[in-house]
Design a protein around this ligand. Sequence first.
Ligand SMILES: Nc1ncnc2c1ncn2[C@@H]1O[C@H](COP(=O)(O)OP(=O)(O)O)[C@@H](O)[C@H]1O
Ligand SMILES: [Mg+2]
Length: 225
Amino acid sequence: MTAAIVADDVSRTYQLDGVSVPALRGVSLTVDPGDYVAIVGTSGSGKSTLMHLLGGLDRPTGGTLLIGGRDVSTLSPDEMAALRNTTIGFVFQSFHLLARTTAQDNVGLPLVYRGVGRRERRERAATMLERVGLAHRITHRPNQMSGGEQQRVAIARALVTGPSVLLADEPTGNLDSATGQSVLALLESLVDDGVAVVLVTHDRDVAARARRQIVMKDGLISETR
Ligand SMILES: Nc1ncnc2c1ncn2[C@@H]1O[C@H](COP(=O)(O)OP(=O)(O)O)[C@@H](O)[C@H]1O
Ligand SMILES: [Mg+2]
C-alpha cells in the first residue's frame, strides 16, 4: 500500500519583513488511504501551515514531502497544480465559494482545469451535489444558502475530481453544532469509501471521532493519540 502523503522532518519558515518565522520545525507524518486524522493544537501552533503543505498549496523549506508518491521539491508549479487537482481536495473554514456562481458551477470549477466540457462538468457537479444532500439547491448561489449548505457545496467541489485525500481546515468552525455534526457525518462517509480525511478542529468531540489525533505545539507534533 502506497501512503497518500509522507512528510519527513518537514519544516516551513516564513520570511516576514526580514524576520524569519519558523511556523513548522520538523514534522513527520504519514497519511494512508482511508486514514482519518484530526489535527488539534492552540492557535498559531502551525496547523494551517501543515495543512497547506500536505495539500500541495505550499512547499516546505526543509525536509521531504511526498504527495501521491511524488517528491514535491522536484515538481514545477504546473506539475504541483496538476498533482493537487488529481489527488487532493481542500475544504476551508470560510468555504471559499464564488459568490455570483451557482452551486453547480462552483462544484464543477475544478473540472475546468482538467479540460472537462461544460455539459459533463454540470452532470458530475449535479451528481456530487446529490451525494452531499443538495440536489434541491443546484441553481442557488452561496448567499441563497445556509452556512451548512455552503460547506456541503465546498465539500462537493473538493470531491468532484475524485481525490484520494480530503483536507479540511476547521470545516465545522463556522457552523452550529447540529449542522457541524451533519458535515462531519458526510466526511466520515468518505472515510468509509477509502478517502483519507485529515481535518483541523478546536472541538474535542470532533477530534475524538478520528482514528488518530495529532497535537501541534510551537510548530512540532507534541503528542499523537
Ligand atoms: N504567511 C505568513 N507569513 C508569516 N508568518 C505566518 C504566515 N502564516 C502563518 N504565519 C505564522 O506561523 C505560525 C503558525 O501559523 P498557522 O499555521 O496559521 O497556525 P494555526 O493554524 O495553528 O493557528 C504563526 O506564528 C503565524 O503567525
Ligand atoms: Mg489555522
